[in-house]
Design a protein around this ligand. Structure first.
Ligand code: NAD
Length: 466
C-alpha cells in the first residue's frame, strides 16, 4: 500500500484526538460548570483552526444528516413540544428540517479581492473563537441547529445556554451533534452546554474571558443584557409582526396565507402574523376566507375579553402556560368545543387592543378594519413598536408595498405569502432562526459569526498587465 501525505495527516489527526480528548469525550459536550463548558469549547476551537474548509463542511454535513435522520427528527420535534409545552409536533418537524437543510454552510464565507498596481488585498471571514449563544423556549432545537451550523462553518465553536425549560432537549441535541461530528473526524466539544441551565450560568457565559462573541435569540431582556456585556453581541429580539391586506390583494389567497402563517407552530415564531389590518371593503371576504381555511371567528365581545383574561397576566403580557398552546386548547379552557380542524382564533378588535399590541405567541389573531391602505400601514407601524423585525402585506399595489417597506423598515418584509416565506419556507433564500434586527446582521449566517480580516500582498498577483 502506498502511504501518501493525506493518509499520514489523517492518522495524526486521529491520534491527536484520541490523546487530547479521552477525558472530555465522555461528557458529550454537557458539562457541570459553565467554565468547563467554555474551556472545552475553547480547546475544540484550537483544533478546529487546524482543520480544512472541507473538514468544516463535513462537520456541518454531519449536523444536517443527524437532524434529518427520520428517527432523530421525530424525537427532537416530539420531545421539544413535550418538554416546553410549546408548539406543534407537525410544525416542529418542518422547522427542524428547514434549519438542517437551509442554514448556509461554508459556502457563505466568500472572499473579497482587490487587485491593482500595488498587488492584492483579500478580505476573509475568520472565526471569532468561542461563541456564547442563548436560545429561546420557542425554537430550542431549531436555534441550536442553525447557530451550530453557522458557528462551525465559520470556524468557531459554540457554547449554548438554553432556556431552563428546554434543558433536556437541548442537552440531547448537543450530545447527538457532538457524537456525529466526532464520528466525522472532528474534535469533540465543538458544541457544548451545561447540565443545569440558569440565569447564573448565562451570566457566567457572558462574562467568561474565552467567549468572544455573544448571540442572544430571545426577548428584549436578554438582548439588552447581551448588548450591555462589553463584548460583541448579536441581538435577535422580539417582534410583533403586522400583516396588511389592501383592496387590490387576491383575498382568497391572502386569507389562506395569513391563517397558515399565523397558526404556524401555534404562532410562536417571532416572524408569525400577530395582528391583521384590512381595508374595510374587503374585510368580510377576508374573514370568510380565513374561516374557510381553519380559523374560528369569535364574534361575542364578552368572549373576546374572556379569552384575554384567560391568556394574559396582570401586566398584560402572555401567561407562560398559554404560550404556544393550540386554539382548541385555549377554547376548551373556556368550556367551548371548536371544530377539530381549528388552527387559529380570529376576532375583530380596535387598533389599540391588547391583543394587537402584545406579542402573545398564541394562535389568536386580532383583525382591525381600516378605511384604506394608508391607515393600515400607519397602524402596522404603531403595532410593530419599532422592533423593525417582520411585516407582511397582501397587495398588488407596488406603491403600497414600497410605502410600507420604507415606513416600517423591518428586517423581513414578505409580500403575498405567509410569514414563513421570509425564512426560506416557500420563499427564496436560506433560513435562519436568529433574526438580528436590533444589531443589524439581519438573517444571520456563518458570515455573521465571523470577523473580517484583511490580508495584503505587495506587488504580487496583479496579473492584468506587465
Ligand atoms: P426569553 O427572553 O424569556 O428567553 C430567551 C432566552 O434568554 C432564554 O434562554 C432565557 O433563559 C434567557 N434569558 C431571558 N432573560 C434573561 C436574563 N435576564 N438573564 C439571563 N438570561 C435570560 O424568550 P422566550 O420566551 O424563550 O422566547 C420568545 C422570545 O424570543 C420572543 O420575544 C420572540 O420574539 C423572541 N425570538 C426572537 C427570535 C429572533 O430571531 N429575533 C427568534 C426566536 C425568538
Amino acid at each position: 500500500m502506498d502511504v501518501n501525505a493525506q493518509m499520514i495527516e489523517n492518522l495524526v489527526k486521529k491520534a491527536l484526538q484520541e490523546i487530547g480528548e479521552g477525558e472530555a469525550a465522555s461528557s458529550g459536550g454537557v458539562f457541570e460548570t459553565m467554565d468547563a463548558a467554555v474551556l472545552a469549547a475553547e480547546a475544540a476551537q484550537q483544533k478546529l483552526l487546524h482543520c480544512s474548509m472541507a473538514d468544516r463542511e463535513r462537520f456541518v454535513t454531519a449536523i444536517r444528516e443527524t437532524v434529518l435522520d427520520q428517527e432523530n427528527l421525530a424525537m427532537l420535534s416530539r420531545d421539544s413540544v413535550e418538554e416546553t409545552g410549546i408548539g406543534r409536533y407537525d410544525h416542529k418537524l418542518l422547522k427542524n428540517t428547514l434549519a438542517a437543510e437551509k442554514t448556509p454552510g461554508t459556502e457563505d464565507l466568500t472572499t473579497e479581492a482587490i487587485t491593482g498596481d500595488e498587488g492584492i488585498t483579500i478580505t476573509e471571514y475568520c472565526p471569532f473563537g468561542v461563541i456564547g449563544a442563548i436560545t429561546p423556549t420557542t425554537n430550542p432545537t431549531e436555534t441550536i441547529i442553525c447557530n451550530g451550523i453557522g458557528a462551525i462553518a465559520g470556524g468557531n465553536t459554540i457554547v449554548f445556554s438554553p432556556h431552563p425549560r428546554a434543558k433536556n432537549i437541548s442537552q440531547t441535541l448537543v450530545k447527538m451533534l457532538n457524537e456525529a461530528m466526532v464520528a466525522a473526524g472532528g474534535p469533540d466539544n465543538m458544541i457544548t452546554t451545561v447540565t443545569e441551565p440558569s440565569l447564573d450560568n448565562t451570566n457566567a457565559m457572558m462574562e467568561h474571558p474565552a467567549v468572544k462573541l455573544l448571540v442572544a435569540t430571545g426577548g428584549p431582556g436578554i438582548v439588552k443584557k447581551v448588548l450591555q456585556s462589553g463584548k460583541k453581541g448579536i441581538g435577535a429580539g422580539a417582534g410583533n409582526p403586522p400583516v396588511v391586506v389592501d383592496e387590490t390583494a387576491n383575498i382568497e389567497k391572502a386569507a389562506a396565507d395569513i391563517v397558515a402563517g399565523s397558526s404556524f407552530d401555534n404562532n410562536v415564531p417571532c416572524i408569525a402574523e400577530k395582528a391583521c389590518f384590512v381595508v374595510d371593503c374587503v374585510a368580510d371576504k377576508l374573514i370568510a376566507g380565513m374561516v374557510a381555511n381553519g380559523a374560528y371567528l369569535v364574534t361575542d365581545s364578552d368572549m373576546i375579553e374572556k379569552i384575554v383574561d384567560l391568556v394574559t397576566n396582570d401586566k398584560g403580557g402572555p401567561k407562560v402556560e398559554f404560550v404556544g398552546k393550540s386554539a382548541i386548547h385555549i377554547m376548551e379552557q373556556l368550556g367551548i368545543t371548536v371544530d377539530s380542524g381549528t388552527d387559529l382564533l380570529i376576532m375583530e378588535t380596535d387598533k389599540d387592543h391588547l391583543l394587537v399590541m402584545e406579542e402573545l405567541m398564541m394562535p389568536i389573531l386580532p383583525i382591525v378594519r381600516v378605511k384604506d391602505a394608508d391607515e393600515a400601514i400607519q397602524c402596522a407601524l404603531v403595532t410593530e413598536h419599532g422592533n423593525r423585525h417582520t411585516s407582511m402585506i397582501h397587495s398588488t399595489n407596488v406603491e403600497n408595498m414600497t410605502k410600507m417597506a420604507k415606513l416600517l423598515q423591518t428586517t423581513i418584509f414578505v409580500k403575498n405569502a405567509p410569514s414563513f416565506a421570509g425564512i426560506g419556507a416557500g420563499g427564496e433564500g436560506p433560513t435562519t432562526f436568529t433574526i438580528a434586527g436590533p444589531t443589524g446582521e439581519g438573517l444571520t449566517t456563518a458570515k455573521s459569526f465571523c470577523r473580517r480580516r484583511r490580508c495584503v500582498m505587495k506587488d504580487g498577483f496583479h496579473i492584468r498587465n506587465f
